[in-house]
Design a protein around this ligand. Sequence first.
Ligand SMILES: NC(=O)c1ccc[n+]([C@@H]2O[C@H](COP(=O)([O-])OP(=O)(O)OC[C@H]3O[C@@H](n4cnc5c(N)ncnc54)[C@H](O)[C@@H]3O)[C@@H](O)[C@H]2O)c1
Ligand SMILES: O=c1ccn([C@@H]2O[C@H](COP(=O)(O)OP(=O)(O)O[C@H]3O[C@H](CO)[C@@H](O)[C@H](O)[C@H]3O)[C@@H](O)[C@H]2O)c(=O)[nH]1
Length: 429
Amino acid sequence: MNVCVIGAGYVGLTTAAVLSDIGNHVICVDLDMKKVESLRKGSIPIFEPNLQEIVLKNKQRLSFTNDLGTALENAEMVIVAVGTPPLPDGSSNLSYLYSAVFSMMKYATSHKIIMIKSTVPPGTNEAIYQSLIDQGYNSNQFTLVSNPEFLREGSAVYDMLHPDRIVVGLHEENPAIIQKVKELYHGIHAPFIITNYSGAELIKYASNAFLATKISFINEMARICEMFGADITHIAEGIGSDARIGYSFLQAGIGYGGSCFPKDLQSLSFVAKEKNITPHILDATQKVNDTQMDFYVNKIMDVFPDLSSLKIAMLGIAFKADTDDIRESRAIEFIKKLNQLGCTVHAYDPKAQLPNELTVDNQQHPNLQDTLKDADITIVATGWKEFLTMDWMQAKQLMRGNTIVDARNCLDKDLLESYGFQYIGVGRG
Ligand SMILES: NC(=O)c1ccc[n+]([C@@H]2O[C@H](COP(=O)([O-])OP(=O)(O)OC[C@H]3O[C@@H](n4cnc5c(N)ncnc54)[C@H](O)[C@@H]3O)[C@@H](O)[C@H]2O)c1
Ligand SMILES: O=c1ccn([C@@H]2O[C@H](COP(=O)(O)OP(=O)(O)O[C@H]3O[C@H](CO)[C@@H](O)[C@H](O)[C@H]3O)[C@@H](O)[C@H]2O)c(=O)[nH]1
């Protein structure tokens, strides 16, 4: 199928690459000329495992442009994957989405299936549909489909090739369009869930809210574990072995970050309140997440009441392992908090960069050795494999102090203690 993807961010680029890999002809369009130029040269502006390879492998069927008109010429389907970032009041900024849909319709000279992949609050697809009708467009010119995306950064390509489900939200029953969506995803095996627009929108929000709630739940349990000398990793294993609960998203730590969970919980909470529903669970999930960092800071300050003269090494800047994305990174929040307490942080990440505003008070190093040298405290804030498998005995020799803060509960506590480290995790007995 001939497809146009609007937006070459994490989702748009992965969508374009994977759809071309399964046989579609894809033109990906972005307003950012620098991004488009770099993509045309085969250089991927983000770090995402396997993405570069799949883009290069499919260059016969995949191209990049900033010219929407050209991108639309032969496209039967237009996939919109632009950002829907949060506004200060917690609601979603839908201006990029509206702008993409309406400018696209101005250029369209034939019927287009418009597929909204961006994450949007319930009611958005219906509102876009009505706006298009109000502007004089009719069903001969467009069919609007909601198709939320569930990929995770760090495994985006794999997730899109092996989804748990493909959700399709429609304005009304439309077997011909469902057939087209199946054709688009030909070769990808997953159950289809067909629903209306708000059903599809809410499946996306509810998934993220449920996963975030699991994280806040285990973080709250970790706080309780501390009071009773229990180890939260044992609790996670014990409850996770119940198939009704499952093991995933039960890793306690400094809480969830990234460009999705914080924004999507705020947005769902916002629309619920607009409809006079008090979102008790969503609010509690966010409250635990917002206070989890303080829990760690207080634990560190119990041992070091004055942090100001200490050298702190921070391993991890990205919001999670296997990505260079720093949006809503808890590691960055941690650095900011430590700066407020008078500390200078020495940071290292295999892929992510400190934002400019943090490079004044802190220093990023190109390797582990330089970061750890003479550190009084080492904090592991992102669970990169490099940190899980590093030589901690050597780290001990490089450091001045002997304190490890495991902000992701991802290290071997017993091993570190056997090396003479003082281990600070959360809920580790
Ligand atoms: N990042 C994820 O892991 C993920 C996963 C699932 C869903 N989502 C959702 O997908 C959407 C996109 O997220 P992202 O992380 O890929 O965003 P992003 O910020 O990385 O990329 C958005 C891209 O859209 C481009 N853009 C904006 N307006 C445009 C227009 N009118 N025409 C062409 N290009 C335009 C921007 O230049 C940018 O390159 C969001 O709604 C997000 O919530 C994200
Ligand atoms: O047990 C866990 C699992 C995750 N996290 C943290 O939670 C955040 C989000 O992690 P993850 O869900 O793996 O990353 P995302 O790439 O943000 O993916 C989420 O958000 C996407 C955007 O909506 C969805 O598509 C995905 O399905 C959903 O998992 C990160 O800060 C993780 O460190 C924990 O603290 N404990």
